[in-house]
Design a protein around this ligand. Structure first.
Ligand code: PMP
Length: 449
């Protein structure tokens, strides 16, 4: 690699960074992350900090997981690539599909369709949902329902079901026939309801109402994150997903659980659906499937949905969809190794235990700093929503968010800012001491404002 001067000089000059204005990036070049060890990363200036972002909700096993690195190296040596299109397959993809159907057996998942990441997984789920209804000769069922504040990646399908205006506006017109209902977000919702259980019921009623308005026989699927991530770690009451499951069952609407963030232990359970024992019809996974060491994702399909495809005798059942990297052998080898480590280390249990400590730290910060309007958490995914005025709930501005996160970095912790939320999603191998470090750095950051 070229020297550090070259990197500093060219930082953000030729790259257009995702989710950023190119001019902003040139004016305020991003931190260049050079190395990672455990839950820590080191930047271009040689500064080492605790990564409370966990890469991007994905590096669950931290940065020095030797078995995953070794599996990648060994697979590169043996076979760096072969396609999974009709006619060929590879060993690691067969093995990982088997592992995934075992792993998500309690959710009823029976088949895996491999992708290169979360957006691909969502796109595949939406397309397979449409196809499912064509096979069942109910081709009018084409619409999708989703939650406001939901995040489902940035392909046209995913952006269409996304419930955040800033990911939609510049790319409209999006997919027609997509409708959004209010998310069970207790801090801000159109019902002014602060009781999480009552709010869950109101949002479920809104779903039922929208279905009646559209006509159930025009709707293919409802997609939701069991815990909404990028929208600001919105944690629905545990009754919400079962209510949704019941509504979807009654109207024969497929339920797609987007578990790109919540899969593999982040919430303290092996999936977000398992938090409330819901069996979705499809699940989308990515990110922690390889702990972020290789781009990989999958759409998982329930036994009942799979049967409809597999029993079809017409051309409707053939899957006219897929990616060059569907089932990439290096990615799948990384996945097999990452899942073995994920299970061996019981990272779900650590996420639950450290999550409780983190929750206590966040509640303390809320009690201490007026800037904190709301704190939300489940396992090791958490958000602090900052406000300039607690009574009006006016969101904190960009300048305030930057001051807090810069000061926290100075205090040794990398944070992620999304709108007026500080998002925390550290590696799931986090120690109790590291939880304390995050709390102290947040305290230092909030104190600067
Ligand atoms: N779904 C959810 C719930 C996500 O959080 C994300 C990414 N943060 C995606 C889909 C898209 O995944 P990717 O960025 O890997 O395409």
């Amino acid at each position: 690699m070229r020297d550090t001067n070259f990197l500093a000089e060219n930082n953000a000059k030729q790259i257009w960074h995702p989710m950023a204005h190119p001019a902003d990036m040139r004016a305020n070049p991003p931190r260049v992350v050079m190395e990672g060890q455990g839950a820590h990363v080191t930047d271009l200036e040689g500064r080492t900090v605790l990564d409370a972002v966990g890469g991007l909700w994905n590096v669950n096993l931290g940065y020095s997981c030797e078995p995953v690195k070794a599996a990648i190296a060994a697979q590169l040596d043996m076979l760096p690539y072969y396609s999974g299109f009709r006619g060929t397959s590879t060993g690691p993809s067969i093995e990982l599909a088997w592992e995934l159907t075992q792993w998500f057996e309690p959710e009823g998942m029976a088949r895996a369709f491999f992708t290169s990441g979360g957006s691909d997984s969502v796109e595949s789920a939406l397309r397979l949902a449409r196809q499912y209804w064509k096979i069942r000769r109910q081709g009018d069922r084409t619409k999708f329902l989703a939650l406001k504040k939901g995040y489902h990646g940035t392909h046209f399908g995913g952006a269409s079901v996304n419930g955040n205006a800033n990911f939609r506006r510049n790319y409209e017109p999006l997919l027609p026939g997509v409708y959004h209902i209010p998310a069970p977000y207790t801090y801000r919702n159109p019902f002014d309801e602060t009781d999480p259980q009552k709010l869950a019921r109101l949002c479920a009623n809104a779903l039922e109402d929208e279905i009646a308005f559209q006509g159930a026989d025009t709707i293919a699927a409802f997609i939701m994150e069991p815990v909404l991530g990028a929208g600001g770690v919105i944690v629905p009451h545990e009754s919400f997903m079962p209510l949704v499951r019941d509504i979807c069952d009654r109207h024969e609407i497929l339920l797609i659980a987007d578990e790109v963030v919540t899969g593999f232990g982040r919430t303290g359970a092996w999936s977000g659906s398992r938090l409330s024992n819901v069996k979705p019809d499809m699940m989308t996974i990515a990110k922690a499937i390889t702990s972020g060491y290789f781009p990989l994702g999958a759409t998982l399909i329930s036994g009942a949905v799979a049967e409809v495809f597999e029993a079809d005798k017409s051309s409707f059942g053939s899957i006219g969809h897929g990616y060059t990297y569907s089932g990439h052998p290096v990615g799948c080898a990384a996945g097999v190794a990452a899942l073995a480590e994920t299970r061996r280390l019981k990272v779900n249990e650590n996420a639950a235990a450290r999550g409780l400590e983190l929750a206590t730290a966040l509640e303390d910060l809320k009690a201490k700093h007026d800037l904190v309007g709301d704190v939300r958490y489940k396992g090791l995914m958490a958000a602090l929503e900052l406000v300039s005025d607690r009574s009006t709930k006016k969101p904190a501005d960009k300048g305030v968010m930057k001051r807090v996160s810069d000061a926290a970095y100075e205090a040794g912790v990398m944070l992620r800012v999304s709108g007026s939320n500080i998002i925390l999603s550290p590696p799931l191998i986090l120690t109790a001491e590291e939880v304390q470090t995050i709390g102290e750095a947040l305290d230092a950051g909030l104190a600067t404002v």
